[in-house]
Structure formats: C-alpha cells, structure tokens
Design a protein around this ligand. Structure first.
Ligand code: TYM
Length: 340
C-alpha cells in the first residue's frame, strides 16, 4: 500500500477553514487508500516565541480535532512529533546536506522573519523546513522495485517545502545510496489557498489574519455565521468567479464549492440574480453544518484527557517503530559506528 504523511502545527486553539479544506479533509480521505501517518508538529510550534501551557493545551486540542474530523486512530497513526526523537535526529543529518543559501530561499522563512525582525528570528525558524523534510522522510517507504508512492497532503503554501524535501531525498540517495522515496505534494485543486475573509487577497493564516478574517473550526455558531455574513465582497452584486476583480466572492465560491462538492459554475447559475445576501446565508449554513459536529466531538474527546493521551501514546509507538528503522539505515549509510 502507498504511504501518506502530513503534519500540522498546534499554534492556535482551533484549526481554521483553510487548514480543513487545504489539508485535513484530504488526510481523512487518504487513510482509506494509504498507510497513513499524521503528526502534530510541536517542535515546529516553538520556532516562534510560545507559552508552554498554551502549547500543551493546543497539542491536545489539535489531536482531538483530527480524531473528531474522522482520522481513525485504528487505521491511521496519529502522534505528537516530540514523542519520536528521531525527527530531530534526522533533521540534523539533513541539515548537513542543505546549503545555507538554499535554506535562505524559502519564502515562508523570508516572510516570517521579515515580520519578526532580526531580533525575533531564531535559527529554529531558519531550519524549520529541514525539520519538515525529516518529518516526511522518516516515514518514506523503502525504495525498490514496484510501486513507490508517497503522498504528502498539504495546502499550496507548502509546495516549496515539499520541493526542498524531494531535493534532500534525492541528494541523500545520490551520496549514500537509495534510501528515500521522494514524496509528492498532494494539493487539492480548488481549495489549496483559502484567503482571509477581510483581506481576500491574503492567505487565511493563524499568524497573520485578524480574528474576523478567520473561520475557526471550533468557533461558536453565532460568531461563525456573522463572520461569513460580514466577509468582504466587492461593490457589485453578481455571484461570479473572478480572481482579479472579485477576490472576496471568488474565495467564498471556492469554499462553497469544496464543501458542497459542486463545481463553481453550478453555484454561479444557482445564485444568478439573487445577490450576495442569500449566497452568504446559505454558505454560512453549510459551514455550520460541517463544523458543528466536529466541534461537539472535539469537546467530548477533550473531556477524557487520559484516553486521548493513551491514543497518542499508541500512535507514538507505531510511529517510533518505523522511524527507528529508517534512522538505523540512515546512521549506517552516513557512516556512524553502530552502538553494538
Ligand atoms: P500549518 O500548521 O501552518 O498548516 C497545516 C496545513 O494547512 C494548510 N493551510 C492552508 N491550506 C489552504 N488555505 C489556507 N489558507 C491554508 N493555511 C494553511 C497548510 O498548507 C498545511 O498543509 N509546515 C507545515 C507543517 C508541517 C508539515 C510537516 C506538513 C510540519 N511538518 C510534514 C506536511 C508534512 C505547516 O506550517 O502547516
């Protein structure tokens, strides 16, 4: 069976609509056809200043949301990155194969570091994509004859990090022998970049968007509806897809289309002549219908912390077995003397 791996940062008290449509929905679907590894990346979450208690809380909330969305801990391996120390270990090795300039070209680093200023920018933020490559490659299937499919479901913003991961896999293979299958980004066609409801040309983002620009998965129904009704549109009244002239409506059409599973053109027809009001009202209902059961299940899962932690320990055991084998191979290939 093909493998799939992905990760998400526990950097907020809820995932948002962009995370859900860009990535998490695909996580749930792919566990049916793939051997799946899904990781809450707490090591990545400390690359910017953080509060320890908030990180602990958010890591559990993140895991609970994944399960509530339908990631099945029997079928998929759901785990916390810091439970598997091989992630940091492989990151060191891959870091020694990454050019300084190569890492410096990562646009996400450039964006984040320019916002933080030099004083607030850590070396951890700079090497972030290398740790991400390690997250992925630890779970690479063994290369060899036959099918070697390795998918990473992410949103558009992760494309460059996936390219770096492929490059590092190929570089390692070239220098030390065939070890990794270069992973393929699995990016959804219509919903790979959901934008900010208040600033529809910018990405919906935990770190950059205002609360009014983000729809949180765990949001209460009242505020959720309000945010969608108040989403920025333009002065016209036609519900038509036009990225240049109608970025706001276009974003809402993409969201609607992805959630209902109908093409954008069908929605344009459905709302021809009816104005933005009805369109937004129906979209708000659709978002509520999608997220309300997820919110309720998440809260229930968080009510039994012991069980949640037990599930994560199980996931860590399964992930560790794979990670340990990969690291044994890596240590041997790189030339470290075995411990005997
Ligand atoms: P993170 O935690 O920022 O986001 C999680 C996932 O959500 C996607 N996403 C979006 N998709 C569409 N529209 C948006 N507005 C939007 N915002 C976020 C992201 O593309 C991502 O798939 N570096 C990763 C975490 C990571 C990882 C990994 C991913 C660490 N190790 C290994 C895959 C494999 C990140 O920042 O995700």
């Amino acid at each position: 069976t093909p493998r799939v791996l992905s990760g998400i940062q526990p950097t907020a008290d809820s995932f948002h609509l962009g995370n859900y449509l860009g990535a998490l929905r695909q996580w749930v679907a792919l566990q049916e056809s793939h051997e799946a590894f899904y990781c809450v990346v707490d090591l990545h979450a400390i690359t910017v200043e953080h509060d320890p208690d908030a990180l602990r809380r958010r890591t559990r909330i993140a895991a609970a949301q994944l399960l509530a969305m339908g990631v099945d801990p029997e079928r998929a391996t759901v785990f916390v990155q810091s439970h598997v120390p091989e992630h940091a270990e492989l990151a060191w090795v891959l870091g020694c194969l990454t050019g300084f300039g190569e890492a410096g070209r990562m646009t996400q680093f450039k964006d984040k570091s320019s916002k933080q200023g030099t004083a607030g920018t850590t070396v951890g933020l700079f090497t972030y994509p290398i740790l991400q490559a390690a997250d992925i490659l630890l779970y690479s299937p063994e290369p060899g004859p036959g099918e070697r499919v390795f998918h990473v479901p992410v949103g558009e913003d992760q494309r460059q990090h996936l390219e770096l991961t492929r490059t590092l896999a190929q570089r390692f293979n070239h220098r030390f022998g065939d070890t990794f299958v270069p992973p393929e980004a699995y990016i959804p066609a219509g919903a790979a970049k959901i934008t900010d409801l208040q600033e529809p040309t910018a990405k919906m983002s935990k770190s950059a968007s205002s609360p009014q620009g983000i729809v949180d998965v765990l949001e209460e129904p009242g505020p959720m509806r309000k945010k969608i009704m108040r989403a920025v549109t333009d002065t016209g009244s036609e519900v038509v897809y036009d990225e240049e002239k109608k970025a706001g409506v276009t974003n809402l059409l993409r969201i609607y289309s992805a959630l209902e599973g109908v093409p954008v053109t069908a929605l344009e027809e459905r709302y021809a002549g009816s104005g933005y009001g009805q369109f937004k009202k129906d979209l708000a209902q659709l978002v509520l219908d999608t997220f309300t059961p997820i919110r309720e299940r998440t809260l229930a899962l968080l009510g039994d912390e012991e069980r949640l932690d037990r599930l994560l320990a199980q996931g860590a055991d399964r992930a560790s077995r794979v990670a340990a084998r990969t690291m044994d191979t890596v240590r041997e290939r790189v030339g470290f003397v075995g411990r005997g």
